[in-house]
Write a protein that binds this ligand. Structure first.
Ligand SMILES: CC(C)(COP(=O)(O)OP(=O)(O)OC[C@H]1O[C@@H](n2cnc3c(N)ncnc32)[C@H](O)[C@@H]1OP(=O)(O)O)[C@@H](O)C(=O)NCCC(=O)NCCS
Length: 318
């Protein structure tokens, strides 16, 4: 197997195979924007050009015998690089091309002087990229993609709310929710995978990404809830939901303040959010969870979620 050219998407070394490149680039570019930044356009022209103007989106294209076989891309965010995707056409050797794309991409990312961390979550590529990621010094974590069929009736064990107030999401909860996330993920494996959970400012950025920018589908405020003490805006727990495709919801966040965990609040919030989605005629609810997070995995399994796919999350600290 030979890879003819691995070129940077927006860098850019377009010396060979220009016409094929341009067509493929265009398709990649539209695909990336539609998948990763779906909804940015709806936010007005303020956001989408920023990523491109800042040269924050970059990647590689693999060619075999002059035919585009796959691509990989990453996003730069301050001192962090996020590997957004790695795709190899089913007609080509997945392992060798996937490995080569990954190596080329990591090589160019590491050449960026201020880059201190790389995070990767490669959903379709669990097996083939594990070894190359390990070889490159990444720490790996297994994550599960889980799905709940909302049309099936599941035995509901109603959770207690212990005198707490249940409210729909409101934008005044941004700051309190960032604090809740920061506290709920202290010394948590997910804080190793996503460093945004390790500070209040990082958690706020995460929230803005999923709620305002649709970093993960379109936020559904009517299926997103918070729990707080009466008369206080400090949050005890929250569940946030987005629509990732028509009729399919995705839990982007569920967390309970440490002192309140294990009392049925997480279960109650998940059930409340699933019920809200059912009433809006959603068919499915999905989520991703780190396998080492046994409490959460157990909660989801008891609620009727099943694991559709396991995939690898990798972190490389410089
Ligand atoms: C995961 C989390 C949201 C669960 O919320 P919770 O309120 O603690 O969970 P619940 O009390 O509703 O428990 C529901 C189920 O979880 C399991 N569970 C909860 N606490 C547990 C514990 N301490 N040990 C073992 N299992 C536990 C039980 O299986 C329980 O099922 P049951 O009701 O049939 O007994 C909460 O622990 C949390 O915020 N963790 C940190 C953030 C996080 O991991 N979020 C999920 C990311 S995918």
């Amino acid at each position: 197997m030979t890879i003819g050219i691995v070129a940077h998407l927006f860098g850019c070394s377009l010396s060979h195979h220009l016409s094929l490149c341009l067509l493929f680039y265009l398709l990649c570019f539209l695909y990336l924007l539609s998948i990763l930044y779906d909804g940015l356009a709806q936010q007005g022209p303020r956001h989408s050009p920023l990523i491109l103007d800042a040269h924050a989106l970059a990647g590689c294209v693999a060619f075999e015998n002059g035919v585009a076989a796959g691509y990989s891309f990453y996003v730069l965010e301050d001192q962090k690089g996020l590997i957004g995707g790695l795709y190899v056409s089913a007609k080509f050797a997945q392992d060798s091309i996937g490995r080569r794309l990954l190596e080329e991409m990591l090589y160019s990312m590491r050449a960026i002087p201020h880059l201190a961390r790389i995070e990767a979550q490669l959903m379709p590529f669990s097996g083939p990229v594990d070894k190359p990621l390990l070889d490159q010094g990444f720490h790996l974590y297994t994550r599960q993609f889980m799905l709940l069929d909302l049309q099936k009736v599941h035995e509901a064990k109603s959770g207690a709310s212990a005198g707490l107030r249940l409210n729909r999401w409101n934008d005044r909860y941004f700051e309190p929710c960032a604090k809740l996330i920061y506290l709920a993920y202290a010394n948590h494996v997910d804080g190793e995978i996503n460093d945004q959970y390790r500070s209040r400012s990082g958690a706020l950025k995460f929230l803005k990404n999923i709620i305002l920018l649709p970093g993960c589908g379109q936020f559904v405020p009517t299926a997103s809830f918070v729990l707080h003490e009466p008369g206080s805006d400090e949050l005890i727990a929250a569940v946030l939901t987005s629509e990732v495709s028509p009729g399919v919801g995705h839990t982007t966040q569920i967390c309970v303040l440490p002192g309140y965990q294990g009392h049925g609040l997480g279960r109650m919030l998940m059930q409340t959010s699933a019920e809200a989605l059912r009433s809006m005629k959603f068919r499915e609810l999905t989520l991703t969870v780190t396998s080492d997070n046994y409490t959460a995995v157990q909660l989801y399994e008891r609620l009727g979620f099943s694991t559709i796919k396991c995939f690898t999350a990798g972190v490389w600290p410089r």
